[in-house]
Design a protein around this ligand. Structure first.
Ligand SMILES: Cc1ncc(COP(=O)(O)O)c(C=O)c1O
Length: 378
């Protein structure tokens, strides 16, 4: 039986047109975009410019507001550690369910003497604008809230949070790594000053991402690394032209695809939930509204999810204990919302997922869940 990949929160495949667009930039148009004296350099620079325009267009930004990084991890680190490097204000705010690439730099700031507030979330993984407002202090410099959670898909009320931050003169950073590719993004409507993106979450190549830095917000960012002064001195290092080309094509397609593709995925996800719920003893960890269209996270009563997935190896799925990082600690996201990490499975649907795939997943889970429950209770 053909295996079915349902782990699109971990990564997505590169679309064929993305790979096609990248190929000439490895061999034929291989110049260094920083070479100013010949056509190889000019052509590479033109490709970078186009990639930057396409990424900017996906989020409604101007190209000059896009800084290329190696991915969302680096974009988050640059946004948090870079923006706070020379700040007189010493308080920062985030939430309990952020990705480690936000939480860890926040903890690092704490070690450097900053005061950190970690907002708790409700059962849906959500923070409210009121909660955020109450946590603001006169010395708050930055708020970082993930636009879409990578485990339970929660969409946060970023636009409302942004309004509060702007009124208070506080920068708002949002990690949007999971959002691009399946929901439309508009940095103006979102009221964000900084936004992190990752190409491999939206059918582009791994190893490239971007940080949007709003020009008018006047966020003064210190680089995390020094060198040739690329990307306005914020991210020195020779630009990976093929990856930027691929990111651009993926971003352009994602912007076109977001609404219709997202609606299709939401229908499939709802059908999946209906089918799984009918098995009995299954609980939904993801919210049912204001959630990523391709996400479903569920807990199976009386079952160790890792043992369950061993019986279902034909599916590419992730458990709550494998978490998003390289360690195998129980998920801090599921723990924060009071869900049982060890019993939880994350489904991440994607552009290639079909109705037939969903029927097969439901059928196999309906066979295997009762079997594993019985076996492990003997
Ligand atoms: C919400 C979120 N932020 C950041 C990252 C890190 O992205 P990258 O792999 O591009 O460094 C991920 C990837 O797992 C993610 O899901």
């Amino acid at each position: 039986m053909t295996p079915i990949y349902l782990d699109h929160h971990a990564t997505t495949p590169c679309e064929p047109q993305v790979v096609q667009a990248m190929l000439p930039y490895f061999t034929e148009v291989f110049g260094n975009a920083a070479s100013r004296g010949h056509s190889w350099g000019f052509e590479a620079q033109a490709a970078v410019d186009l990639g930057r325009e396409r990424v900017a267009a996906m989020i409604g930004a101007s190209p000059s507001e896009v800084i290329f990084t190696s991915g969302a991890t680096e974009a988050n680190n640059l946004a948090i550690l870079g923006a706070l490097a020379r700040q007189a204000k010493r308080h920062v705010i985030t939430t309990a369910i952020e990705h480690r690439s936000v939480l860890d730099p926040m903890r690092e700031l704490e070690r450097r003497g900053f005061s950190l507030t970690v907002l708790p979330v409700d059962r849906d993984g959500r923070v409210t604008p009121e909660q955020l407002k109450a946590a603001l202090r006169a010395d708050t410099a930055l708020v970082s809230v993930g636009l879409a959670n990578n485990e339970i898909g929660t969409l946060q009320p970023i636009a409302a949070i942004g309004e509060i931050c702007r009124e208070a003169g506080v920068w708002l950073h949002a990690d949007a790594a999971q959002a691009s590719g399946c929901i439309s993004l508009d940095v103006a409507a979102l009221n964000v000053d900084l936004l992190s993106l990752s190409a491999h979450k939206c059918y582009g190549p791994k190893g490239i991402g971007a940080l949007f830095v709003r020009r008018r917000a006047r966020v003064s960012i210190e680089p995390l690394q020094y060198g040739g002064g690329h990307e306005k001195g914020l991210r020195s290092g020779t630009l990976p032209v093929p990856l930027i080309v691929g990111f651009g094509v993926a971003a352009e397609h994602s912007a076109k695809e977001a609404d219709s593709g997202g609606a299709r995925l939401a229908r499939l996800r709802d059908a999946l939930w209906e089918g799984l719920a009918a098995i009995g003893g299954v609980h939904r960890n993801s919210p049912s509204i204001q959630v990523l269209p391709h996400n479903l996270n569920v807990a199976f009563d009386g079952i160790d999810a890792e043992l369950l997935l061993l019986e279902l190896r034909e599916f590419g799925l992730s458990t709550g204990s494998a978490c998003s990082s390289a360690n195998r600690e129980p998920s801090h996201v599921l723990t924060a919302i009071g869900a049982p990490p060890r019993q939880s499975v994350r489904f991440g649907l994607g552009r290639s997922t079909t109705e037939a795939d969903i029927r097969r997943v439901i059928q196999r889970f309906a066979e295997v869940v009762p079997f594993v429950r019985d076996r492990d209770h003997l």
